[in-house]
Write a protein that binds this ligand. Structure first.
Ligand code: FRU
Length: 505
């Protein structure tokens, strides 16, 4: 098919970001403040960081999250809670696990105890068990231990185990248990971080109460900051590629884009020990932007389902400075994971769950003269495939006025896919303006899918083998999208755009 081509200044479409205070037709009051995410979960008010305890149970997806019930800064860490039938439209529920007796509830997992191995489920046959880090700070120093709590009413209320903690190494930096059911061995597995030693420690348990140490992984890969939020998961292959184990580890600070980031290792878990593969592509970054941290995967998905990951769309460098009110912090959209093996090596493919929110489709290849009619309002999705070109640098700019834009493109001489937010809007701290980059694989296709919300751009490039998420705080509510190329000559592109429905309306 012949692709239409546009020049440097051709406008693909114009859009006005929806900062209107009107909530006509809204089913939910609020959620319409400046910068309020419309397709990403954020709590109605107060602070959130990492997603916790993602689990699918009795037809509901549960999102627990680090939450301060008393304010919009980090503190009093408790588990907030929201549920959804479709991973997108969330209903916020009361706090699930509050801070108690001076012990905060840090990050962890929730598992479905289908066979009542814990004995907590009686008289029911199955129930939810949360495994979380308890954090105490005293004049003697800080302590982190692993603890459990259970719920017999589909996550609505939780009881802490009377004999907590279940693992105590009498140490300060031991956190973020990721627990899953080991189908093969019929036992529980835990991956938990010894943050300052750059080690992930594996444990096993028959009943979630008594844990036996199996092995350690690390130090390995990048060790410039603390290791946090591990996740051990099995990723299914595409096109006949076999499954592989992956170990994902948060790194803060010291990630390549500055501040918080997450590396993954592909390899093998033999029931006891994780061994990283040395194949090209087996060590990478879950996200090449600045704003995706402590992503974890869902437990309890039906057998054979692809893993689904949600991350905290933020960076500890400036998390406390986000200019949002009355909430601070938001989650990424969920992403389904699979594994690709091609001539360039291995890659984790991430595909965002967004289709149920799509409305008003436009086919970009049918556009006459390069302009799309009509205004767009965030949130919207853009899927673009570029033709091969000799242009050195090309892509799109999303303008909010003539002085402000975000550039998303390919830099062929540098072999980079990038998002440049240095001119996007409010630079909330000196660390905020950035051009984030990912290695461009020349043999893969030149495409990207963008999810543009009121204060973020999520990009999935080269068929989803690159994920790049960046917050933006545009100074103006107006925007238009234009193609650009370094020489100003035409580049060819085709694709789709969709208006996305707000999850709050
Ligand atoms: C990562 C993290 C975790 C910890 C939680 C505390 O963002 O530091 O390691 O459990 O946040 O809120």
């Amino acid at each position: 098919m012949r692709m239409p081509s546009f020049k440097l200044t051709d406008t693909l479409f114009a859009c006005a970001l929806a900062f209107s205070t009107s909530i006509a037709g809204a089913q939910v009051i609020g959620y319409d403040e400046p910068y309020r995410p419309q397709v990403h979960f954020s709590p109605r008010e107060h602070w959130t960081n990492d997603p916790n305890g993602l689990v699918y149970f009795h037809k509901e997806y549960h999102l627990f999250y680090q939450f301060n019930p008393f304010g919009d800064e980090w503190g009093h860490m408790s588990w907030g809670h929201a549920v959804s039938m479709d991973l997108l439209n969330w209903q916020e529920l009361p706090v699930a696990i509050p801070e108690k007796d001076g012990e905060m509830a840090f990050t962890g997992s929730v598992v479905v105890d289908r066979e009542n191995t814990s004995g907590f489920c009686t008289p029911r046959t199955e129930c939810l068990v949360a495994v979380y880090t308890g954090y105490r700070s005293t004049s003697q120093g800080t302590q982190q231990t692993q603890n459990i709590a259970y719920s017999r009413d589909d996550g609505r209320t939780w009881t802490r185990y009377a004999a907590n903690p279940v693992i105590d190494l009498h140490t300060a930096d031991f956190r973020d248990p990721s627990v899953s059911w080991d189908e093969k061995e019929s036992r529980w597995l835990m991956a938990v971080s010894l943050a300052m030693e750059h080690k992930i420690r594996f444990y096993t348990s028959p009943n979630l109460k008594e844990w036996t140490q199996l092995s350690d992984f690390g130090p390995a890969g990048d060790v410039d900051g603390a290791w946090e939020c591990p996740d051990l998961l099995r990723i299914p292959g595409e096109n006949g590629t076999g499954d592989m184990w992956a170990l994902k580890i948060g790194l803060n600070p010291g990630a390549p884009q500055g501040g918080s980031g997450e590396q993954y290792f592909l390899g093998n878990f033999d029931g006891k020990r994780f061994t990283a593969s040395s194949e090209p592509g087996s060590h990478g970054w879950t996200n090449y932007g600045k704003d995706d941290y402590c992503a974890i995967s869902f437990n309890g998905l039906p057998n054979g389902a692809k893993p689904i990951l949600i991350g905290w769309m933020n960076n500890w460098q400036y998390a406390s400075r986000l200019p949002t009110s009355p909430w601070r912090g938001q989650m990424s959209v969920p992403r389904r994971l699979s594994l690709l093996r091609d001539d360039a090596g291995l890659a984790v493919v991430q595909y965002p769950v967004i289709a149920p929110l799509r409305a008003n489709h436009s086919d970009i290849s049918t556009t006459k003269g390069g302009s799309l009619s009509g205004n767009m309002q965030a949130p919207f999705e853009l899927d673009l495939q570029f033709g091969r070109t000799s242009e050195q640098v090309f892509g799109i700019r999303i303008y909010t006025d003539e002085q402000h834009w975000t550039e998303i493109g390919f830099d062929q001489p540098k072999r980079e896919f990038y998002i440049d937010r240095t001119r996007s809007g409010v630079a909330i701290t000196p660390d905020f303006p950035a051009r984030t980059t990912a290695p461009l694989i020349v043999s893969r296709s030149y495409d990207f899918k963008l999810i543009i919300d009121r204060s973020s751009i999520e990009a999935y490039a080269q068929n989803g083998t690159i994920a790049m998420t960046n917050l933006i705080f545009p100074a103006s509510r107006n925007c238009r999208v234009a193609l650009f190329s370094s020489s100003g000559k035409a580049v060819s592109v085709r694709g789709d755009r969709w208006k996305l429905r707000s999850i709050w309306r």
